[in-house]
Design a protein around this ligand. Structure first.
Ligand code: GLY
Length: 348
């Protein structure tokens, strides 16, 4: 018998800066000079953001003599496929992007997930930064390193956890964001309040009008608080052994609802309904007081988010979610505003 041992003990420092500031995108070229991530940059964006911000960013890079190429994917969740990844990668090869270059993910959650995934696997991996342009991406998908695409059977079933090298959150990008996109992002922020911070929840209750009017200070505050909560969780459990699962509050039913709607339902709208379903179960199990459940529903309603669905997914339909373990799925159930627990649930 021949034996060979492979020693690959690793020490990795995957820390990165997250900067939240109005007009920070103007300073991205300076930061990139400092970070020296790539010789050239592949700006991956979508058909909407291309027109709004991509050219501007490319011109700013040009002024600092930083080379870049723009790669555009079709807007929307239906683009989040392996086919899109292949198409982008082929175009990147054609434009000469190589292992010494890096990716800039400029857009909402779909762009961030695809661009991060392309970076994670392109030529076995190149660095990337996140520049989210929607509230939803700013408070969730741009932070924490989840990348990937959907399969026809369910969301986010192919992917990696690969941390970005930096995240730049420019509040100015939110100025023209459609109201329904603001509400969709706010749904994730209310989620953070329910699972981890009564203070954040109360802040949203008190300042909801300002938030919906896109008041910059209010937005900055809730973005900062959401990211603070998320990074604390990811630092402790990057690979989602257990603790990180708490971030999936509302998502088990939410993902199934999104899929049932053919991805017409916005993510935040779907998880709003998903959160209400979880609250109902938590009340039935004696974990959550009815008055706390009502208070959450009330805030979601005031925020213009849906709290009921025409068709509730069956438990069997929940098993399309990648968080399943055999026939079990983990339910994230609030026990009060600011605290939630995880309970496995048999779905077959
Ligand atoms: N969106 C949930 C997470 O990043 O874990």
């Amino acid at each position: 018998m021949a034996k060979v041992a492979t020693k690959l003990k690793k020490r990795i420092n995957d820390s990165y800066r997250i900067i939240i500031e109005k007009n920070i995108s103007r300073q991205i070229p300076q930061y990139l000079e400092e970070l020296e991530l790539g010789k050239k940059y592949a700006i991956i964006t979508d058909t909407i953001v291309e027109k709004l911000f991509a050219k501007k960013l490319q011109n700013a890079l040009k002024r600092k003599k930083i080379k870049s190429e723009i790669f555009v994917i079709k807007k929307g969740e239906t683009s989040k496929t392996l086919k899109t990844v292949e198409e982008v990668a082929i175009k990147m090869i054609e434009k000469g992007i190589d292992r010494h270059d890096a990716v800039i993910a400029l857009g909402g959650g779909v762009v961030g997930d695809i661009a991060g995934f392309v970076a994670a696997i392109y030529m076995r991996g190149i660095p990337y930064i996140q520049v989210p342009t929607t509230l939803l991406a700013m408070v969730d998908s741009a932070v924490g390193g989840k990348t990937g695409v959907d399969l026809p059977v369910g969301k986010n079933l192919i992917g990696t956890i690969t941390q970005p090298k930096a995240v730049f959150i420019d509040i100015a990008y939110l100025k023209g964001l459609p109201d329904k996109q603001v509400k969709s992002g706010l749904s994730e922020i209310i989620k953070y309040g329910v699972i981890k911070s009564k203070r954040l929840f109360k802040y949203i209750e008190k300042n909801l009008d300002d938030i919906l009017k896109k008041d910059e200070e209010a937005l900055k505050h809730i973005i900062k608080e959401s990211i603070r909560i998320k990074t604390k969780i990811v630092e402790k459990d990057e690979q989602e052994g257990n603790l990180r699962m708490i971030l999936n509050y509302g998502h088990t039913y939410g993902h199934a609802l999104e899929k049932l709607s053919g991805y017409k339902l916005l993510h935040g709208f779907a998880i709003s309904v998903g959160m209400v379903i979880m609250n109902k179960i938590a009340v039935e199990r004696g974990l959550l007081k009815q008055k706390h459940s009502d208070r959450i529903t009330e805030l979601l309603k005031r925020a213009g988010l849906p709290t009921t669905a025409l068709k509730t997914p069956t438990k069997k339909q929940l098993l399309g979610d990648k968080k399943k373990q055999g026939d079990y799925i983990n339910f994230v159930l609030p026990v009060k505003i600011g605290k939630a627990v995880i309970q496995p649930e048999k779905c077959l």
